[in-house]
Design a protein. Structure first.
Length: 328
């Protein structure tokens, strides 16, 4: 066991944190903040991008793609930026790359594993103290081997669909261990629907984490395919937000198969979306999912994200159609 995280008062919050005054439960608000923390795990510089503008977060405007890789970086598996999609699309910078880029990694290199240390109060410390401990204990480029007891405890907490489940998911993801990857993927592939809306936060973290895993660490064959199957197809995950995060990670790992699903997410509530006959949650509860879908689709198309999460249905359909054409 490692040292305890120090208890301290929460500092004054930056504007992007104060703006996350969610109308849903406080636990989901904190869970989403931790999800944002995960998205910055491998960021070497810069600040968190603007979040999706929507009624759930209290933010306005279009979605920033700063949390995604640079649009000018070609991805493996023909996932390069498409040509001819607007002026300057190829050279446009959408933000510092926070994910582990397989092209920058030497898969044959031996990873420097170290025993994983858990703080005694990882469950009870304040969100700020936990986040600081997470960053200090699991810095980018580090690899941590949990023992069997740690894996069992974290896996047990992951099943609880509460705030500590989010912390457990973050620890497992930041460890980069293959055993942790198997636990997170098994949780997703169990396709469990959370009893409450806030209960999906840990699964969202798990799904989002796979795009930042070192390719030589997770040891999972066909990872992008398995994530894509959780997003679309005959038996997707029952939770929309989790499906979107699985789709995002699959696309970032080189699979384009979830693109039609994410285009359909952008059209939730629009006339075209209703004509498709797909059952979706009420549009007012899907702002986060639509914003996250718009971010990765815009990045994949090599264009700025201009999808108006809180805009009119007509404006949303225009952007959905534009992205559909760019990615066809």
């Amino acid at each position: 066991m490692g040292a305890s995280t120090s208890s301290q008062q929460m500092p004054s919050q930056p504007p992007e944190v104060r703006a996350l005054r969610l109308s849903c439960s406080p636990s989901r608000c904190l869970s989403l903040l931790l999800l944002l923390f995960l998205s910055q795990a491998c960021r070497s510089q810069g600040t968190a991008g603007d979040r999706a503008g929507n009624s759930e977060t209290g933010l306005t405007g279009t979605v920033s793609s700063q949390a995604l890789p640079n649009a000018s970086n070609a991805k493996p598996g023909d996932s390069s930026v498409r040509q001819g999609h607007g002026d300057g699309a190829k050279s446009q910078t959408l933000g510092q790359d926070p994910v582990a880029n397989p092209e920058d990694s030497d898969d044959s290199a031996e990873l420097a594993w170290q025993p994983m240390q858990l703080a005694q109060d990882w469950q009870s410390s304040s969100p700020h103290s936990f986040a600081e401990w997470l960053e200090a204990t699991f810095p980018p480029g580090s690899f941590h081997e949990p023992d069997r007891d740690q894996l069992e405890r974290l896996a047990t907490h992951l099943e609880q669909a509460d705030f500590n489940a989010v912390r457990a998911a973050l620890i497992l993801a930041r460890s980069q261990s293959p055993q942790a990857a198997e636990i997170l993927l098994a949780r997703l592939e169990a396709r469990i629907s959370a009893p409450e809306r806030a209960g999906d936060a840990a699964d969202c973290v798990a799904a989002a984490s796979f795009s930042s895993w070192h390719p030589a660490a997770h040891g999972i064959d066909r990872l992008e395919e398995r994530l894509a199957n959780l997003a679309r197809g005959a038996r997707p995950h029952p939770d929309l937000e989790v499906r979107v995060e699985c789709a995002r990670s699959a696309i970032l790992l080189g699979s384009d198969s979830p693109i039609p699903f994410l285009i359909a997410v952008l059209r939730i509530g629009t006339p075209a979306g209703k004509r498709a006959g797909t059952f979706w949650p009420a549009p007012e509860t899907t702002a986060w999912a639509r914003g996250r879908a718009a971010e990765v689709l815009s990045w994949r198309a090599g264009t700025a994200c201009e999808y108006p999460v809180d805009g009119s249905l007509a404006a949303r359909e225009i952007e959905a159609e534009k992205l559909e054409k760019l990615l066809h």
